[in-house]
Design a protein around this ligand. Structure first.
Ligand code: SF4
Length: 185
């Protein structure tokens, strides 16, 4: 007989790409009922956006995880002249806030984000932003430090032919990576 204690808690997980999704799954999959939530208007350009989204969908289908997509976006927000710390904060807030709102509206027990998976992100800031939205929207945030599984997940998906991105997302992060390549060359 099932009791309420047998029921897994429902987590709405904001996902930014397949690699970070796979990293979180290593910790969450057995313990929670997970749904993926796609909202990443920071990704430049449109082909890159599609590549990342399709990889995340493919991964969700592999594990039979529901995939919700937020289509209301414009990456013009992110056509910035300069890279800056403030823009990253804005970028995190934008994505995490939508996730918290969707989780509340659709009665998830928790929300979380795959941004906590990447060693390239500002981990403590992502965490604090999410905590702040728990108060604003009265929905629980599930915090985990997923980072130690990042490279395992990345290598595993790479071997299996998944699309792997080479920069964070916005046009400026792309330019930064390109300029580093020129410096190295
Ligand atoms: S570098 Fe990454 S986190 Fe910062 S604004 Fe660009 S896409 Fe967002």
């Amino acid at each position: 007989m099932n009791t309420k204690f047998d029921t897994k808690k429902k987590v709405l997980l904001h996902v930014c790409c397949a690699v970070c999704s796979a990293t979180t799954i290593k910790i969450l999959y057995d313990k929670y009922e997970i749904s993926f939530y796609w909202y990443n208007p920071n990704i430049y350009d449109i082909q890159e956006y599609k590549n990342r989204k399709n990889a995340a969908i493919k991964y969700s289908e592999e594990l039979n995880i529901p995939f919700y997509e937020e289509k209301d976006f414009s990456y013009n927000y992110f056509n910035w002249k300069n890279e800056s710390f403030e823009k990253c904060i804005f970028c995190y807030k934008l994505r995490i806030e939508k996730t918290a709102i969707f989780a509340k509206k659709n009665r998830f027990d928790f929300f979380s984000t795959s941004l906590l998976s990447s060693p390239h992100q500002k981990h403590d800031i992502v965490k604090q932003i999410a905590i702040n939205f728990t108060y604003k929207y009265t929905v629980e945030f599930l915090y985990k430090d997923f980072r130690k599984y990042f490279y395992d997940a990345k290598n595993s998906l790479k071997k299996r032919g998944y699309y792997i991105q080479k920069y964070c997302g916005c046009n400026k992060s792309l330019k930064q990576v390109k300029s580093r390549q020129v410096e190295v060359a």
